[in-house]
Design a protein around this ligand. Structure first.
Ligand code: 5AD
Ligand code: SF4
Length: 449
């Protein structure tokens, strides 16, 4: 019996790649085990978006090797693999496989080489047209599924490694995407998340020729589809049609993640983001003018080289103005191969920390204000779990907000009955910056569709 252990770092693209890698390994006769100690093949699917993420991978490799690695075959997949390439064999000589995401279609062949005892197996080509389409995906979540629609990235943001680690953009055909989505609904999935580094530049390579808005609409129209999300968007390619499609299709979620990175046009230009503050705000206005109450979330980098206090103040003002529902804040991290690595006006770490704290605090108050609006409202949630410590069900609203709720008529899952995977209405009674709380309403029947 061939056994493997796989650990994933990084973004949703990586999480979904891992689901496909696992499916492929199972298909090849491997069995997954929950601990690396029990596996013959140990794989790390890695992230290199920031220095810390990359260090974590090497720490994990060294630590594992020292404690339990003897006799095991170890592989590094994902963005660190692509970025560092064969240098990994020097830095961590016990590693036998180094493969980036653009090579996963060749995974079965690479496994054969490993099984034959080859201890320097690589998959590092980036000049590929391939998308990693596999029918063997082993999904972790039985209710919400990821679907890749586009891989790679053709932008050149000055701080970002992704174009180097995931290669050029390539879209799947709409037929293949919709076939996968249909198969998922037939298996009982009601929520999908369309994935890509930049979903907005999706372009159907088949004669159907859908753009992203059209693909979104078709996905939302599939029978049995209750919720469609998508991530991540690039403001430059984000067109108004996307909002129109959301406005006109109930199944599309009230949520757009639109990373801004900075509120200053000068900083945006140095970041090579290809839009100005004004152009970004135009997109925000489209969302605010929509019929639906669209939640807006974003990513912001603080301490990008050359970011002055005045630039940072512009970001703070923008955050107040937009009133984001959630935000991921990052301290700028120097990355290999990227233009900003060599910018001279790097910001000291203490200043980055300070800006991070100021922005975090501001966003906390903004989120409190945003979430307080929902108190007294009735929201539909897709139930994701039950917290036995608090006796609360955990659900997510269309706007991607966590909503913890009690239900006196169904206080806990029983043997075969559960709310998990179902949709139900909840009256919101309390709000905090990071979640909502409430009581289930509208039905006394234990399980609803
Ligand atoms: N330093 C800090 N944050 C970064 N991000 C991408 N590259 C870097 C970097 N070098 C952030 C961006 C992006 C998110 C996924 O990670 O905000 O949107
Ligand atoms: Fe990390 Fe970016 Fe690679 Fe995702 S695409 S794993 S965030 S480096």
């Amino acid at each position: 019996m061939k056994t493997f252990y796989l650990e994933t770092f990084g973004c949703q693209m990586n999480a979904h790649d891992s689901e496909k890698v696992i499916g492929t390994l199972l298909q090849q006769g491997y069995t997954q085990v929950p601990e690396p100690e029990a596996a013959e093949l140990v794989l790390y699917n890695t992230c290199s978006i920031r220095d810390k993420a990359e260090q974590k991978v090497f720490y994990r490799l060294q630590h594992f090797k020292k404690n339990a690695g003897a006799g095991k075959v170890i592989g590094v997949l994902g963005c660190v693999a692509q970025q560092e390439g064969e240098k990994i064999f020097e830095r961590a000589p016990f590693v036998s496989l180094v493969a980036g995401s653009a090579s996963y279609t060749k995974l079965p062949e690479m496994l054969v080489q490993l099984e034959a005892g080859n201890r320097r197996v690589t998959g590092l080509t980036l000049d590929t047209e391939d998308t990693f389409d596999t029918p063997y995906t082993r999904r972790d979540n039985p209710h919400r599924a990821y679907i890749t629609i586009i891989e790679g990235c053709d932008k050149a943001c000055a701080y970002c490694v992704v174009p180097f680690t995931r290669g050029p953009e390539r879209s799947r055909t709409s037929e293949s995407v919709l076939r996968e989505a249909t198969a998922l609904t037939e298996r009982g999935y009601t929520e999908v998340q369309l994935l890509g580094q930049n979903v907005n530049s999706y372009r159907d390579p088949s004669p159907t020729g859908y753009d992203f808005a059209q693909l979104l609409q078709r996905t939302g129209e599939l029978p049995g589809m209750r919720r469609v999300r998508f991530t991540t968007s690039h403001p430059r390619d984000f067109v108004k049609e996307i909002i129109d499609v959301i406005d006109n299709n109930e199944a599309l979620c009230n949520h757009v993640h639109l990373p801004v990175q900075s509120g200053s046009s000068e900083v945006l230009a140095r970041m090579q983001r290809l839009y100005t503050r004004e152009q970004y705000m135009q997109r925000i206005e489209w969302m605010k003018a929509a019929k639906r109450d669209i939640a807006i979330t974003t990513d912001i980098i603080v301490g990008f080289p050359g970011e002055t206090e005045a630039h940072f103040t512009e970001t703070l003002k923008m955050v107040e103005q937009v009133e984001y529902d959630a935000m991921f804040i990052f301290k700028y991290s120097r990355r290999p191969n990227t233009p900003a690595l060599n910018y001279e006006d790097q910001i000291p770490e203490e200043e980055k920390v300070l800006r991070f704290q100021i922005l975090t605090e501001l966003q906390r108050t903004v989120q409190m204000r945003r979430n307080a609006k929902y108190v007294g409202q009735r929201e539909e949630v897709h139930v994701e779990g039950f917290n036995s410590a608090t006796g609360q069900w955990i659900g997510r609203t269309s706007q991607n907000k966590m909503l913890n709720f009690g239900d006196p008529s169904f206080p806990a899952p029983t043997g075969s009955e559960t709310l998990v995977g179902k949709y139900t209405d909840v009256l919101v009674t309390r709000a905090s910056p990071h979640s909502l709380a409430g009581e289930r309403v509208g039905t006394q029947s234990p399980v609803v569709q």
